[in-house]
Design a protein. Structure first.
Length: 267
């Protein structure tokens, strides 16, 4: 099966570049932006050799997994709304994964879909295991044009050892990364259209919260040497975490490494 885009992403505006091997799909997509591409452009590779996660961490891309990036057009998007694209992408990804679960036998479908959760700011969990991650990167190009790319790394066929990760294959999914990209590109087009360059983030926020991991539970957020502990209350209108501390004060968090439950205690 070859890579292709979903029905909502068909047409002259949406394009797909497939590579046998790349260092990083995000790097390639940004290079295309610097060369004049405006998107939507999907860059996919069968083998990614230098994948990146947040905060400079490496992302292991094992054979059979999905390594894809979309260069999304952001003309007309106010700078303070750009980060919302990460939530657009997160919802698109979890909906694509729910569609993948729908291909499982009936006895496994419901459990798979129910176990999928969005972990702020950029992960998808399957049960307690990390299944997928996102990386949003933005750059101001010569002439003032802005470019935003969103990388998707999904453990479709296998998960790296020793990292608390899991894979779709562990659920019995056999559809391959190609089928998942078709779902993902389709849902990204739908979700971005509904987001409408930030005008409808409030509705998207409610949908994100409906799939959020850890709401109402103990949480610890580490940023450098500082750790903030409390209860995860919500995300606010700007997509920031809202944490209720033990002293009753509310704190908003814009970045950090999130831990839940017993992991929060140890963080």
């Amino acid at each position: 099966m070859s890579y292709r885009l979903g029905p909502e992403a068909h047409g002259p505006c949406h394009r797909l570049h497939v590579h046998d091997r790349l260092g990083s799909t995000n790097t390639e997509a940004m290079a295309q932006a610097r060369a004049g591409e405006t998107g939507p452009l999907w860059v996919v590779t069968h083998r990614q050799e230098a994948g990146r996660g947040r905060r400079g961490n490496a992302w292991a891309s094992l054979p059979g997994n999905l390594a894809a990036t979309v260069l999304w057009p952001v003309a007309g998007v106010a700078p303070d709304h750009l980060a919302e694209l990460g939530f657009v992408a997160g919802l698109a990804l979890i909906e694509a994964l729910e569609a993948a679960c729908g291909t499982l036998p009936d006895t496994r479908t419901e459990g798979c879909a129910r176990s999928l959760k969005l972990k702020w700011p950029n992960d998808v969990l399957l049960g307690d295991g990390k299944l997928a991650g996102l990386l949003l990167e933005a750059e101001t190009l010569p002439g003032g044009r802005r470019a935003t790319v969103i990388g998707f790394g999904v453990n479709v066929a296998a998960a790296p050892d020793g990292l608390g990760a899991t894979s779709l294959a562990a659920t019995g999914y056999a559809g391959g990364a190609e089928a998942l990209l078709e779902h993902l590109s389709d849902r990204m087009a739908v979700r971005a259209r509904a987001w409408d360059r930030g005008r409808n983030f409030a509705d998207l926020r409610e949908d994100w919260l409906a799939r959020a991991a850890g709401l109402g539970s103990e949480i610890a957020v580490r940023s450098g040497e500082h750790v903030l502990r409390g209860m995860l209350e919500t995300i606010d209108e700007g997509g920031r975490l809202v944490i209720l501390a033990p002293d009753g004060k509310r704190h908003t968090v814009t970045a950090g490494e999130v831990h839940f439950g017993t992991a929060a205690t140890a963080a």
